[in-house]
Design a binder for this molecule. Structure first.
Ligand SMILES: Nc1ncnc2c1ncn2[C@@H]1O[C@H](COP(=O)(O)OP(=O)(O)OP(=O)(O)O)[C@@H](O)[C@H]1O
Length: 989
């Protein structure tokens, strides 16, 4: 092994030496060739040996001539050889030493002047000749040649940079140009060069040689540079370079491969791991520029294929992912739909149960640094409140509502959820929306919007009315007539000093609301600088007719309650303190009512405050009711927040029963119209009877009483129904019995009436009375106005708008109505007796018809029927269907018919009396009256289907048209049938 390696090393050394020799020879030949071209034949071969070459130059004469040709006169004195025949051969006699020394020295000085590489004069001496000693001389001559060429090209201007000598590059020892080898080793070329006669051939070979030389130089320079800078070169490569692998081509290939691999890795990270069969990029290390391009190509193709596979895989993955995402989104949509449906169903169930809907709204914190007590608000309506100072479990409370609006919820968002409820007003439902909460929690913001706020910030009041007007306009085509009127008035409406205004657009309502705002008491407190010091109630009554002729009538209450406040926190004094106390009292009464309703208590204390009286129909009636519970998020109001939320939670448990529409079919309306016309007929008849009265009253006291009774038959009957509609009517009965000792026993009458009107079979007389009396001013507004002649237009809609901060408003309201009541004085005294505590003398029972009682008590008095009509239209809850209404009205018609029939009978009686010779004029009257009465009676007969009979008179007063004995049998305790007029006369005597 050692021998082999030594031999190899030896071979290598030999190779190296021969390459060096070849290179030196080449350069020498170039120098010789150039000198001959410049100064003429040298007398040596064109490829001289080293010895030959130096010998011919030793005299220095050729060198001096050559340099003088390039730079004339640079060597001023050239020592010539004395014998011109003496040839310049190395074989010639040696010149004396001083001669050639002079020339050589002059030449070297000139070379130095031209800043060209020089040599030592001793390099030309014979004794110093050894292998490679001519190299410096050759370098000097080739530099001179380059200078000459440069000078020829540039004209000697500029700076000449002599070419670096291969000696300087250390080329002889470090590198070997492989490129030069073929040239040198090529025998043809060698031959060409050695011929040296053909100038053209010589220049061609020169160019080739030069190319080879240059490419060699380039490779060397690159390697040199890379090695010197160590840039991007692996240490291993350097080490191997230092250890002897100094072949520049190999080194260049190695470096190039490693760089290429690195580049490839950077461009395709992970490619190595993807490549199959354990293929790695290591083949790059073996690549050479010329030989391994196939490998590179194959690798490239494979990589490309792999890349394509990867791409298609990626695309299929993406498609799969897309379909999965689509499936997911469909599922998510479905989920949202189901959640929405669930919510709708839940709301529907709640609607069916008649639950009061409760929304919670959280005001934004005034101070962003304040500690927030609202921990969480959920889409499902849950709110979690926690005390930041008590982070443990006890500090957390969870509440559940129909919906929760966070601090960033806009007015529009809040309205959107409220809109369906508001729209149901147009379908005939009564709706009440009220805002509840601590002072400064945002009630007015929700209902009215901030004062001076933009149109976007307008509250529910405005948005609701706007929507109603919009709907009204949209339904114009399908509705005969639908109009909304807002009116506030002193004409028997809820609020004193209020006025009535028709409204045609939202702008009108806005204007009215602004007026209302001006009248509303507002003052600054420590909690709210714009604190409302009163409740605000905006009521809209809607009355419409559809194409089928059905009429609907409904009302919308929009209530902004005054806020509850702790006076120590609001720091109010004087009047404001009183207001706060009133506010708190009415709110606490509201709380009592809510508690009683939630517990389904038999007694609901509506009458304890005017607020609860006003909201009675919404809280305990057949309306759809929505409460907004407002809370402040700041920790300092935690107590109030929790109590508001607890209250709201309690409200949400109240079940009012399903709301029903106030729709009347065409049939019902026609029947009502008939009733109206019949009533008019009856009134005319009564009036005519009145005309005959003076003659009749002149007779006996009995006749007088009788006439009186006939004039006012309905009054006592109506009174008895309204006031005796409960079992326990002691107070009112006391009043009645005082008035008439002959009145039938209280118990008997009460029982009868309670059977007739089960809804009123309540143990608490006061409660019933208040309920009736307070319900009607709100709901029967229009009907009452129509009745009383205030509204001629049957479509009239009324809207009381005003504010109450204590009981006065309601009292005033009722007092306003009192004069219009036909029996006001009697009823007022009655009410005073029964309800002395709350002082509601003005709750006017006569003007508040009692539909169910009257409907069931039909046939008792004509006036009952009359009031039933108006009441029925106002209290749809009592007659759940139009069919029911129709049958009741038909019954009422029959009643009226009977009544008229009864009066016919009475007329006949009168006629008989008039036939006596005492009063001949009566005869004429009778004839005048009776002549048309027969056909009318017939018409009524056909209308009501009741045969005029002897018993008709009795039946017209509420009894059964069956024989009197039947009546007695049915109710043993009922007093014997008496003439109704006599009965009432006794009662009111
Ligand atoms: N959701 C909200 N977004 C922005 N500001 C609000 C919101 N709610 C309330 N505010 C602001 O908070 C302040 C108090 O609100 P607001 O007057 O409506 O309270 P309130 O409950 O009606 O008080 P009070 O019972 O004393 O009348 C107002 O300046 C109002 O603009």
């Amino acid at each position: 092994m050692e021998d082999q390696s030594r031999r190899a090393r030896h071979e290598h050394d030999l190779n190296l030496a021969s390459r060096k020799a070849e290179e030196a020879a080449l350069r020498r030949f170039q120098a010789t060739h150039w000198l001959e071209c410049l100064v003429g034949p040298l007398g040596i071969s064109s490829q001289p040996s080293e010895k030959e070459f130096l010998s011919c130059l030793r005299s220095g004469l050729i060198l001096c001539n050559a340099i003088n040709k390039i730079q004339p006169g640079i060597v001023p004195k050239v020592v010539e050889i004395h014998s011109p025949t003496q040839s310049l051969t190395w074989e010639s006699q040696p010149l004396p030493a001083y001669q050639y020394f002079e020339n050589v020295r002059n030449f070297l000085v000139a070379v130095e002047v031209l800043k060209l590489p020089a040599f030592e004069a001793s390099d030309l001496e014979r004794d110093n000749l050894e292998a490679g000693s001519s190299a410096k001389v050759v370098d000097c001559i080739l530099s001179l040649k380059a200078y000459h060429e440069w000078k020829q090209m540039s004209g000697g201007t500029g700076i000449f940079k002599p070419p670096k000598s291969p000696l300087v590059l250390n080329s002889a020892s470090r590198i070997h140009s492989r490129a030069s080898a073929p040239i040198l080793l090529d025998p043809c070329r060698r031959l060409d060069m050695s011929s040296g006669c053909d100038k053209q051939q010589s220049s061609e070979s020169d160019t080739q040689q030069l190319e080879g030389f240059l490419s060699d130089l380039i490779v060397k320079a690159i390697v040199e540079f890379m090695v010197d800078t160590k840039e991007n070169i692996d240490d291993n490569i350097l080490t191997s370079f230092r250890n002897g692998n100094r072949d520049p081509i190999k080194l260049f290939n190695t470096i190039f491969s490693s760089c290429l691999e690195e580049e490839f890795q950077n461009k395709f990270p992970g490619l190595k791991s993807v490549l199959k069969d354990g293929h790695s990029l290591s083949p790059f290390e073996n690549l050479s520029i010329t030989g391994n391009s196939k490998n590179l190509k194959a690798l490239w193709t494979r990589t490309k294929k792999d890349f394509e596979v990867l791409q298609s895989q990626l695309q299929s993955d993406l498609k799969q992912l897309e379909s999965q995402v689509q499936e997911l989104s469909v599922a998510a949509l479905g989920y949202h739909k189901v959640v929405k449906e669930n919510r709708n169903l839940y709301n529907m169930v709640q609607d069916l149960k008649g639950n009061i809907r409760v929304y919670c709204r959280i005001r934004p914190a005034f101070n962003s640094e304040a500690k927030n007590v609202i921990d969480f608000t959920g889409e499902d309506g849950s709110v979690v409140v926690s005390d930041p100072l008590k982070p443990h479990k006890d500090g957390r409370k969870v509440f559940q509502f129909n919906r929760v609006f966070g601090p960033i919820a806009t007015q529009d968002e809040v309205f959107k959820d409220t809109q369906p409820l508001i729209r149901s007003v147009m379908d005939g439902y009564n709706v009440c929306i009220f805002a509840y909460g601590q002072t400064g929690s945002g009630k007015t913001h929700t209902m009215c919007g901030p004062s001076g706020g933009s149109r976007k910030e307008l509250g529910i009041n405005y948005l609701a009315l706007n929507d109603l007007f919009l709907l009204s306009n949209r339904r114009k085509d399908i509705t005969n007539k639908l109009e909304i009127r807002s009116c506030t008035g002193d004409d028997g409406l809820s609020v004193p000093q209020a006025t009535m205004h028709p409204v045609k657009s939202t702008a009108d309502v806005l204007h009215l609301m602004k007026l209302g705002e001006v009248n509303r008491a507002v003052s600054s407190t420590a909690i709210n600088d714009q604190s409302s010091r009163s409740h605000s109630i905006l009521t809209v009554h809607i009355h419409g007719k559809d194409v089928s002729g059905s009429a609907l009538r409904s009302c919308l209450h929009l209530v902004d309650l005054a806020g509850s406040e702790r006076v120590d926190k609001s720091e109010v004094t004087g009047d404001a303190l009183k207001e706060a106390q009133y506010i708190n009292k009415s709110l606490s009464c509201l709380g009592d009512v809510i508690t009683a309703l939630a517990q389904k208590s038999s007694y609901i204390p509506y009458r304890n405050s005017k607020l609860t009286l006003l909201l009675q129909t919404s809280l305990g009636g057949n309306a759809k009711t929505l409460m907004f519970a407002h809370v402040s998020p700041e920790r300092e109001y935690l107590g109030e927040t929790i109590s508001t939320l607890k209250f709201a939670q309690r409200v949400s448990t109240i079940e009012l029963g399903a709301a029903c529409t106030n729709k009347e079919s065409r049939e019902v309306m026609q029947l009502k119209e008939q009733i109206d016309s019949l009533k008019k007929v009856l009134a005319n008849r009564e009036a005519r009877i009145q005309l005959n009265k003076p003659m009749e009253t002149a007779r006996t006291p009995f006749d007088k009483n009788k006439a009186m009774t006939e004039r006012t038959p309905p009054r006592p009957r109506r009174l008895s129904i309204e006031n005796c509609s409960t079992v326990n009517m002691e107070k009112s009965i006391t009043f009645e019995t005082k008035k008439g000792s002959k009145t039938p026993s209280v118990k008997t009458r009460s029982r009868r009436l309670s059977l007739e009107g089960p809804r009123y079979a309540n143990k608490d007389a006061e409660q019933i009375k208040i309920l009736e009396s307070t319900r009607k001013p709100l709901q029967s507004e229009t009907a009452w106005l129509q009745e009383s002649g205030q509204l001629q237009d049957a479509e009239a809609v009324t809207k009381p708008y005003g504010h109450i901060c204590n009981g006065e408003s309601m009292v005033n309201l009722c007092c306003q109505r009192a004069p219009r009541s036909p029996t006001s004085s009697a009823y007022q005294s009655l009410v005073v007796k029964t309800d002395s505590r709350t002082k509601i003398p003005s709750l006017q029972l006569p003007r508040t018809p009692e539909p169910p009682v009257l409907a069931r008590n039909e046939g008792k008095t004509g006036m009952q029927g009359e009031h039933t009509t108006s009441s029925e239209s106002q209290t749809p809850g009592f007659t759940n269907s139009t069919n029911g209404k129709g049958s009741q009205i038909r019954k009422s018609l029959r009643t009226i018919g009977k009544l008229i029939n009864g009066s016919e009978k009475r007329n006949q009686q009168k006629l008989t009396e008039a036939l006596s010779p005492v009063n001949g004029t009566s005869n004429i009257n009778f004839v005048k009256l009776s002549a048309p009465s027969n056909p009318r009676a017939l018409r009524r007969q056909s209308l009501t289907g009741i045969q005029p009979s002897d018993s008709s008179r009795r039946s017209s007063l509420g009894g059964n048209p069956t024989p009197s004995c039947g009546n007695e049998n049915r109710n043993a305790k009922t007093p014997p049938p008496v003439h109704p007029s006599a009965k009432s006369m006794k009662r009111w005597q």
